[in-house]
Design a protein around this ligand. Structure first.
Ligand SMILES: Cc1ncc(COP(=O)(O)O)c(C=O)c1O
Length: 457
């Protein structure tokens, strides 16, 4: 293990941050004016989370293609945020755009109440990648999780969902639990108006802790373990060797379904971690990138789970029983999914993206080693993320504790002011099929310069 123990001078950091904030404000007058004029938007933004953008206001996009974004002030950025995975295809990839225009303009019909031929093609392709044989569609990963949770309860007759502390699976009530210092399941700090106390619906354990998982499952009331195979929403927390196999065994032993959400971890390869590491989910969740930005999502089941669901003859799966939405599986999102899976997110594209993410990770490690800065970086296929602690955290709570708002803002603004976009409120960088070595090297150079400035005081 290399020595990384340089202490950063916080007052020096504050003055660097102040400099970057001033530059950001001065360089982006049009974005600032649009933000200040947004009188009819709740919080001044289309979605409240956009207020978490560093520098006090978000950049407004003008246009985007591949991994280049141009903002309304005319700045061009290398985009490593890629819509927090929703644009892992790169922005507006040609093959998806062609299929989308064909559906909208030539064929016509974006949403009807009829299936289109694309649905079976997409179902078969999802099976080829992720293994499970039977699929249903949604317009977001959040919806996929919500509906699959409901069906997991139906299938097992059990009431609780088990999640890992500081996981994220979209705005799904059952998942907003964390462990407190005494090991109790409590609501995540700031969770908005939970409908019932979280411990009525949820059991929480730490990731990478099989004995704790077994203890929670022994209560016998868990319908499904819902997890990403590596946590990606609290930095990247990779599974320790044998952990996921152990989880699979425990799920089977205690009659809980294993529900794997690969909305982000699909970055591991064209079949996600499920194919790469031969995971065996009972239920599979996907969303974001599979429609190249057209709202799309899917959830898949094994035959065994479908048989359990179908054994409940009284469940209203066809109408208002609580599963499904009018826009789910619409013709436009299926056309987008077919082209995106068939022609954009190919095995070859993943090879390229993963090679670049390795290059990116190596450059970050070199700079950290050179200056002895105690941060770590974790790579998961085409994505990599650094965290302000060393070595890399092994569970969600320790990763959360390594959060550092000032450092976070400094690194984001430093990059942004020099034409590189990192994922807002992550230090995550994702590669897409059009990302180049030169662009990765540009980040590597800037990262080195930022670290050199930080350690000087
Ligand atoms: C693992 C995971 N699942 C589900 C979601 C929800 O996705 P969406 O907000 O597109 O519904 C997210 C969002 O970040 C996610 O990271």
């Amino acid at each position: 293990m290399s020595t990384r123990n340089t202490q950063l001078d916080r007052s020096h950091l504050s003055s660097l941050l102040d400099r970057e904030r001033k530059t950001y404000r001065a360089s982006n007058p049009k974005s600032l004016a649009l933000y200040n004029d947004a009188d009819n938007l709740f919080g001044g933004v289309p979605m409240p989370w956009m207020n978490k953008w560093v520098g006090g206001f978000p950049l407004y996009m003008h246009s985007a293609k591949g991994n280049i974004i141009v903002d309304v002030d005319g700045h061009e950025y290398i985009d490593f945020a890629l819509g927090d995975t929703a644009a892992m295809t790169g922005h507006s990839p040609d093959a998806s755009v062609k299929a989308i225009i064909n559906q909208i303009q030539d064929l016509g019909g974006m949403t009807t109440m009829m299936p289109t031929e694309d649905a079976q093609w997409v179902g078969a392709e999802l099976t080829r990648r992720f293994g499970v044989p039977l699929w249903s569609f949604t317009v977001s990963a959040t919806d996929s999780n919500r509906w699959a949770i409901r069906l997991a309860r139906l299938a097992t007759g059990k009431s609780k969902i088990l999640v890992f502390s500081y996981c994220y699976h979209g705005s799904v009530d059952e998942t907003f639990g964390v462990l407190d210092a005494n090991g109790n399941t409590v609501a995540r700090p700031g969770n908005v108006a939970p409908p019932v106390p979280i411990d009525q619906t949820t059991r929480v354990v730490e990731f990478n802790d099989l004995p704790a998982l077994e203890a929670a499952l022994q209560h016998g009331d868990v319908a499904a373990i819902l997890t990403e195979p590596a946590l990606t929403n609290i930095g990247i927390v990779l599974p320790e060797p044998g952990y996921l196999a152990g989880m699979r065994e425990l799920a089977t032993k205690y009659g809980a379904l294993l529900m794997i959400d690969e909305t982000h971890t699909i970055s591991a390869g064209y079949g996600g971690m499920t194919k790469r590491d031969e995971l065996q989910p009972d239920i599979f969740i996907i969303g974001k990138c599979i429609g190249a930005g057209i709202p799309s999502g899917a959830y898949g089941f094994t035959q065994k789970v479908v048989d359990l669901i179908n054994s409940h003859k009284d469940a209203d799966l066809l109408d208002v029983g609580g599963v499904g939405g009018t826009l789910a599986g619409n013709a436009l999102s299926l056309a987008a999914m077919r082209a995106t899976l068939g022609e954009v997110l190919t095995e070859q594209a993943f090879d390229h993206m993963i090679t670049l993410a390795t290059r990116y990770t190596d450059q970050v490690n070199e700079a950290l080693d050179e200056h002895g800065v105690p941060w770590s970086i974790s790579q998961l296929g085409a994505r990599a993320e650094y965290r302000f602690t060393y070595p890399a955290p092994k569970n969600g709570t320790t990763s959360m504790q390594a959060g550092d708002d000032e450092l976070d803002e400094f690194m984001h603004l430093y990059m942004c002011n020099r034409g590189v976009l990192m994922t807002p409120f992550h230090n995550m960088a994702l590669m897409c099929p059009t990302t180049t070595e030169e662009q990765v090297d540009r980040h590597g150079q800037l990262f080195k310069e930022a670290i050199a400035e930080l350690v000087q005081s």
